[in-house]
Write a new protein. Structure first.
Length: 191
């Protein structure tokens, strides 16, 4: 990541997949999350351009395509699930976000080239992002909670204003999902 703008996402794979993260469930059994630990290539969870280049309301700015991504990222950062690399490379921006001087979507747009990848999170953060944000067959429980928090339909998902007050409406649902996920032994997916 550079401090003069968005980080470069042109990293290439450095060879074969070396390992995947394995979690130990409360029962003592181990389960692969499928998350690469050291593959060199980033797994992309989301990209604002996927939204504003698709079926996107013409009356909204393209930044509205990053609001839901940014709220997820902000919650992850505030809950100590960020990667060491992100914390080091974006120290001042993370501090601004923590002080609520910068929204999560502004961080995603300015620092992450509008993308959310596995490079942003630590191992636990990636396991939770896969289980909750990505979901089994891309059935995101995060989006379900997002729609519920703001009483909007799928067609209105981009109309949610990017404010800290709205983040505060969503955050308790994310807190509950994270606690539920941990209590279930950190399963690969929340279904």
């Amino acid at each position: 990541m550079n401090h003069s703008g968005a980080r470069s996402r042109n990293r290439t794979a450095k060879g074969p997949l070396l390992a995947v993260m394995v979690i130990r469930c409360q029962s003592g059994s181990e389960k692969s999350t499928g998350i690469p630990i050291s593959s060199g290539a980033a797994m992309k969870y989301d990209d604002a351009s996927w939204h504003y280049n698709g079926n996107f309301p013409s009356d909204l700015p393209s930044a509205a395509g990053a609001t839901h991504i940014g709220m997820f990222l902000a919650w992850m950062l505030l809950n100590k699930l960020a990667s060491e690399e992100l914390l080091e490379d974006a120290e001042s921006e993370v501090a601004a976000l923590t002080k609520r001087e910068l929204t999560g979507s502004a961080f995603v747009i300015s620092m992450l080239d509008e993308k959310l990848t596995d490079q942003e999170f630590n191992d636990i953060g990636n396991a939770f992002a896969l289980a909750y944000y990505e979901g089994l067959n891309n059935d995101s429980r995060y989006i379900d909670d997002y729609l519920l928090a703001f009483s909007v339909t799928q067609d209105e998902v981009y109309s949610v204003p990017d404010t800290w007050a709205n983040f505060d409406k969503l955050s308790p649902l994310m807190d509950a999902r994270f606690a539920e996920w941990q209590a279930m032994g950190k399963p690969e997916y929340i279904v």
